[in-house]
Design a protein around this ligand. Sequence first.
Ligand code: AMP
Ligand code: ZN
Length: 432
Amino acid sequence: MYWESSVETMEREALEALQLERLQKTVSDASLSVFYKKLFSNIDLEPADIKSLDDIRRIPPTTKDDLREAWPYGFLAVPKEKLVRMHSSSGTTGRATVIFHTAGDLDAWTDVLARSMYMAGMRNTDVFQNMMTYGLFTGGLGFHYAAEKIGALTIPAGAGNSKRQIQLMKDFNTTVIHIIPSYALHLTEVFEEMGVGPRKDLNLRLAFLGAEPHSEKTRQKIEEYYGVKAFNSYGLSEMNGPGVAFECPLQNGLHIWEDNFLVEVIDPRTLEPVEDGQEGELVLTTLKREGMPIIRYRTKDLTRIIPGHCDCGRTHRRIDRITGRTDDMLILKGVNIFPIQIEKKLMEIPEVGNNFLIILEREGYNDLMIVRVEVQKEIFSGDLKQLENLRRKITEDLRSDILITPRVELVEPNTLPKTEGKAVRVIDNRKE
Ligand code: AMP
Ligand code: ZN
């Protein structure tokens, strides 16, 4: 049931002692990098000053901008010849940040991700189809090596090419898939087109959903359609990639692997820690990375620590599913809105299809939110009144949640632009 029970169920006290030991090494290693050497000298900190886990708060957080400014090698703590792999974040704005790994780093990453997949129930008897981009993005190669480490037959399908994906699932009896949730929803239409029903024609049993925020309802939709148990997988390239936090079979929060990462949840305005159970920004420190240690990285992801123990017996704390990012927050007419709120509402409406797009415009002095929603084919063949009623209902449901009235436009399935990677949910056409 456990990949490595001595680590997964370690008493908190022992786990924290291990964290401190690793934190001290991390800070000491980091002091060899150009970036942290300067930072530590600015704040007059010696690695030996870190005597408790709380002492980490003496070090100011590291941001994506810091990584960009020190690009490409400013964070390296080892000579370049020790590096064996580079990855980068999938960000579309500015220069992508790059992360370098030693062979030891790849081993540690593979191990923690294998632990995660094993926890969710994957075994060496499974056939694993990895439907993520292989390349700079971490979801492809990361999962690939971890699946092989478990010993599953691994199909490196990569992203896109939907018909072939389905064919592969059929031909090779795929039992486990790794897939971006928005793509999993899109694929349902291709299944229909091909006349393949996942429940009756395939042998799927598990799905790992990661890389983008999604609601509980989306998970349920995927579980129902594919006939699988779907597990939320969270990670970011700055912390290796996937394998930072993952759901256990109880599907009630994601265990964050505290032997590899030191976890803080802070108030993004004051940078002070929030109480367990309160939502805030997740801040993470690598505890096992040699090539490029990162201390107190501001993920910009909003979540909370779920208080209490998990019945699965693992002692590593759980975070809640990510509710948004401090930086994808939209502000319209002074109201803060997260795209996930809109997704949640839309997915509760049965007639709604699988894709939607938020477009922000400025009309005169007013901000206008257009929500373009794909709805089921049948709705378009019905009468206009029915279409108008649905449009009104969606508008009202959204208004009651986000407190502003969006202009809702209904479109036919498969008409909104699709990406093979993370879905693009918001287009902001407002001028400064
Ligand atoms: P990247 O570094 O390109 O892999 O992007 C990492 C970011 O993707 C994270 O900081 C999150 O904002 C987002 N992300 C990854 N996995 C999840 C997940 N399971 N739920 C919500 N957001 C996620
Ligand atoms: Zn658990």
